[in-house]
Write a protein that binds this ligand. Structure first.
Ligand code: ADP
Length: 248
């Protein structure tokens, strides 16, 4: 088991990619603090998996949520080894000049400030323990943007830039920082991007992916487990495409 003996905080683990990451981490032997603002969703996943996963309600745009997750880990499982910044929000396709300030603020709070908050709460802990691993879930849109999703894509580009900066700064402390860039996934978030559940638009998206399918939560779990395991001990600062060849 790749993650045996390790403890992880995974944000947004109640649904979609985050749920896939929590499930894979548990299979690989990790203990998981699953933080989500949707406590019912978080509880469902934790209950289905068992005692190795504990749910906590939290909002990644607030520093206190990360502090509470760290405290919970210390009392239940001990020190935290891994932070997965997965919780995110999307936007529906909109010309860039028509996006509201409210939506921009939400994208910034959930997709960007979350990484800042996670670092403020966990990096001192990682420095103290002399080890740590941060994984940011970005997006192919962060490196290969499409029209009408500009501010969402920009928030993910920021996450990739933050990943590189954090990796360089934290490497001397034994802390690795990586990102994964999922292509459109078969998750509830997809309908946000395509403005509803349209088979025709789904088919069009699949047509842009050389491997011929949407990504899945299991795909993200597999990539995340590798990057957060000791098998990737020489890998830091990368943003790994999990995109079926879309960005070639
Ligand atoms: P994805 O396709 O990225 O997996 P989903 O919408 O399926 O998207 O899952 C995102 C998860 O993140 C949901 O469980 C949602 O409740 C959670 N989430 C969204 N915003 C926040 C937030 N501010 N704080 C904590 N969790 C959040």
């Amino acid at each position: 088991m790749r993650l045996s003996g390790k403890t992880a905080i995974v944000t947004g683990g109640g649904s979609g990619f985050g749920e896939g990451i929590v499930r894979k981490f548990a299979v690989e032997g990790a203990k998981v603090i699953l933080m989500d603002r949707d406590m019912a969703a978080a509880r469902r996943v934790a209950d289905e998996i068992g005692e190795s996963v504990v749910a906590i309600e939290g909002d990644v745009s607030r520093l206190q949520s990360f502090e509470a997750a760290l405290d919970l880990s210390k009392s239940r499982f001990g020190a935290v080894d891994i932070l997965v910044n997965n919780a995110g929000v999307g936007q529906s396709p909109t010309p860039l000049e028509d996006v509201s300030e409210e939506l921009f603020d939400r994208l910034a709070a959930v997709n960007m400030r979350s990484i800042f908050n996670g670092a403020r709460a966990l990096v001192p802990h990682f420095k103290e323990t002399g080890r740590g691993n941060i994984l940011n879930v970005a997006s192919t849109g962060g490196i290969s943007p499409r029209p009408n999703l500009t501010w969402y894509n920009a928030s993910k580009g920021w996450a990739i830039a933050a990943t590189r900066g954090m990796a360089v700064e934290l490497a001397p402390f034994g802390i690795r920082v990586n990102a994964i860039n999922p292509v459109a996934g078969d998750t509830p978030l997809l309908s946000t991007f395509i403005g509803g559940d349209s088979d025709e638009i789904r088919a069009r998206i699949v047509g842009t992916i050389p491997l011929g399918r949407l990504s899945t939560p299991a795909d993200m779990g597999n990539a995340a487990a590798f990057l957060c395991s000791d098998e990737a001990s020489m890998i830091t600062g990368v943003d790994l495409l999990v995109d079926g060849g879309k960005c070639i």
